[in-house]
Design a protein around this ligand. Structure first.
Ligand SMILES: NC(=O)c1ccc[n+]([C@@H]2O[C@H](COP(=O)([O-])OP(=O)(O)OC[C@H]3O[C@@H](n4cnc5c(N)ncnc54)[C@H](OP(=O)(O)O)[C@@H]3O)[C@@H](O)[C@H]2O)c1
Ligand SMILES: [Zn+2]
Length: 340
């Protein structure tokens, strides 16, 4: 049987290690994807550390997958060998049960599966994907460009388009990393007055290039006070990994403002009740979205020129690439490629 190279985590907190595995055959309803690029999301740390509910080891991480369909299982309609596709977090959900119709894909009653978490993901030369999880990559967009859009992209695009913010509204992006640098681009392209908030001034020129009209250095300035000076944010998209950093920006919401929690913060947010009550403010979370949301993200990005800025690592250097992401120094997404 032919073999493929994969990078797996064999046990919680174990290293990322390259091993060989048999190339899997797609079952009914599934396709095999020849992976070309896979982004490294900060959420991959939950797989590596074994902290995400349902994660078992050994596991191949990676839920920002882009490649081409290589084999098609029985009963798959609409997809063929050679199609360029992306696969995101929700690898398996039926889209029709009560949970899915509520948008609660994680508890899909038919096949609740998460790519790179409860099933193997894209740090591999080949990967199986449920056909329901596929998003079509538009003409003119490379798999390298598409990969980070499958989580960092969809999560920011989809949360923003569902946030209630309208063109012209003040939208702040808290944290300019993999998610944040895409959020700035999406917010600017959607016509929002966009504020980037990050630690230090080093990211300011890039953030402005990406479309931020205002920049706040959260180390030297008070993010809440700065947002209030600008009239108060209609939406804050919080992509940081830290609850204290989120709490520091909460007070920057305007009347009817919404604080959208995207970052899986390691410490709790502190939310003063009076802040919520007095201006009808709210705090809400948002999980990425379905494959059709991914496809919308890709299409919007292709049309408007939103692109992830990537640091590319060959697949065999996955461990080094992962450390680069965790260091916070990457500008801005680390992506693995399988060529070579
Ligand atoms: N909701 C979802 O569906 C979803 C999807 C994907 C990812 N996530 C989560 O979103 C978060 C961001 O993911 P990512 O891939 O964009 O990560 P990333 O590229 O590593 O960026 C991390 C961000 O967190 C900020 N940060 C890190 N440590 C911090 C600290 N001690 N204090 C304040 N800020 C800190 C950095 O802010 P600066 O820019 O200021 O340096 C940076 O912008 C992660 O928690 C990830 O698990 C959620
Ligand atoms: Zn992710």
């Amino acid at each position: 049987m032919s073999k493929m190279r994969v990078v797996q985590v064999s046990r919680a907190n174990g290293p990322l290690e390259q091993v060989e595995r048999p190339i899997p055959e797609p079952g009914p309803g599934s396709v095999r994807v020849r992976v070309e690029a896979c982004g490294i999301c900060h959420s991959d740390s939950f797989v590596k550390e074994g902290t995400f509910p349902g994660v078992e080891h050994p596991r191949i991480p990676g839920h920002e997958v882009a490649g081409t369909i290589d084999a098609v299982g029985a009963g798959v309609a609409g997809w063929k060998r050679g199609d360029a596709v992306g696969v995101g977090w929700y690898a398996g959900h039926c889209g029709r049960c009560d949970s899915c119709r509520r948008g609660d894909f994680a508890t899909c009653q038919v096949a609740p599966e998460a790519t790179g978490i409860t099933r193997d993901g894209g740090y591999a030369e080949y990967m199986l994907a449920n056909a329901v999880a596929l998003a079509r990559i538009p003409e003119g967009m490379s798999t390298l460009e598409a990969a980070p859009l499958m989580c960092a992209g969809i999560t920011t695009y989809n949360s923003l388009r569902n946030s209630g913010a309208r063109p012209g509204d003040l939208v702040a992006v808290l944290g300019i990393g993999g998610l944040g640098h895409l959020a700035v681009q999406f917010a600017a392209r959607m016509g929002h007055e966009t504020v980037a908030i990050a630690r230090g001034r080093e990211k300011e020129p890039l953030a402005r290039e990406l479309g931020a009209r205002h920049y706040v250095d959260s180390e030297k300035q008070d993010p809440s006070a700065e947002l209030l000076k600008l009239g108060g944010a209609k939406v804050v998209l919080a992509t940081v990994t830290n609850g204290k950093a989120m709490t520091a920006a909460l007070g920057g919401l305007g009347v009817d403002g919404k604080f959208v929690v995207l970052g899986a913060a390691d410490t709790p947010l502190q939310v003063p009740a009076i802040l919520l009550i007095s201006g009808r403010r709210s705090v809400a979370g948002w999980p990425s979205g379905t494959s059709i949301d991914s496809q919308d993200t890709l299409a919007f990005a292709a049309r408007t020129g939103v692109r992830s800025m990537n640091e590319v690592f060959p697949f065999k250097h996955a461990a080094e690439a992962y450390d680069r992401m965790m260091s916070g120094k990457a500008r801005f997404r680390v992506v693995l490629t399988t060529g070579g």
